[in-house]
Design a protein around this ligand. Structure first.
Ligand SMILES: [Zn+2]
Length: 304
């Protein structure tokens, strides 16, 4: 999926080789716009929005994939464009469905956050609480447990063929963006030269939330007494942690050309070694098609 100024586009290659596009105009909620300019707040809004949208687009890809699994008639290789954004696609996907998918996306995001906050805190308490006094030490161990759980989780899901494919497309998207930012013509060959890692990536964000969390939890005002206290404080601090992490991500992206500061973005890039895989040429082709479509629609919509 590529996010443009006015539209988000996902492309999927069907079994019959045609590439279909799923295009959703970006409808910004008017009343949200002023809040999106406020540092720290904009990160939280952006994360909730993109988890809703992301799951919508992911759902489209999964549906296309499931349909292909059931119907096995194959036509031959041409790129056909389907689904003009407004009329045809809307009839297939009711507003209700779109909303319920978006809500499911946000809910699973929240459930994931609660689990990912509670379990490491509980584990740390269980394993190390009696060993020493330092709150900072315990916070560091909690952060370490979180990183281990995250890596293990990503590693295991990336073994399934479906997620592996998803991660290959993720790598392809990064390559396309890097090639575009370098001013290259978007051909498969040019795009494949670029790294599958990119500074401005949502999965880097996950690492920063862990690191920023350790720092914020260690502020003396947030000292906890006992496990429940500890978990509740962390859940209450979640918006703050997300907001600060978003600003950190922006900062590392801004600093990526600065020789001695570019390493600040490295933890995020290391995580992408797991969340991206080397894409195949045909996957890069799909990504390029999606990106071009996004740009085309964006330009059309800017004019009108
Ligand atoms: Zn990414």
């Amino acid at each position: 999926m590529f996010q443009g100024k006015h539209v988000n586009v996902t492309a999927v290659r069907r079994k019959n080789e045609e590439i279909v596009f799923y295009e959703v105009p970006r409808t910004t909620q008017r009343w949200l716009t002023p809040f999106k300019k406020i540092p720290f707040l904009r990160g939280v809004i952006g994360i909730v929005e993109s988890s809703a949208k992301g799951s919508q687009h992911l759902n489209f890809s999964m549906e296309a994939y499931a349909e292909d699994e059931t119907e096995e008639d194959a036509k031959n290789g041409k790129i056909v464009e389907k689904a003009p954004p407004k009329e045809e696609k809307k009839s297939g996907l009711s507003a209700g469905m779109i909303i319920s998918v978006a809500v499911a996306g946000v809910l699973s995001f929240i459930a994931g956050k609660v689990l990912f906050t509670g379990v490491p805190a509980a584990l740390e308490e269980l394993l190390f609480s009696g060993l020493f006094e330092s709150a900072v030490g315990h916070n560091l161990l909690e952060g370490l447990i979180k990183i281990i759980l995250l890596l293990a989780y990503l590693y295991f899901i990336s073994m399934t063929p479906l997620i592996k494919r998803l991660f290959q497309y993720h790598g392809a998207e990064h390559k396309v963006i890097s090639a575009y930012e370098a001013g290259e013509e978007l051909t498969i060959r040019n795009v494949q030269k670029y790294s599958r890692l990119h500074y401005r990536c949502g999965s880097s964000f996950m690492v920063f939330t862990i690191i920023v969390g350790v720092v914020i939890y260690s502020l003396p005002i947030f000292e906890w007494q006992g496990l429940w206290d500890r978990i509740i404080i962390r859940l209450a601090l979640l918006p703050l942690v997300l907001g600060v992490s978003y600003e950190v991500l922006r900062l590392t992206n801004a600093l990526r050309e600065v020789p001695f500061l570019r390493f600040l973005g490295y933890p995020g890039l290391w995580l992408q070694l797991l969340t991206t895989k080397e894409p195949k040429d045909e996957q890069v082709a799909v990504s390029i098609a999606s990106f071009n479509r996004m740009r085309e629609l964006d330009q059309q919509m800017s004019k009108s």
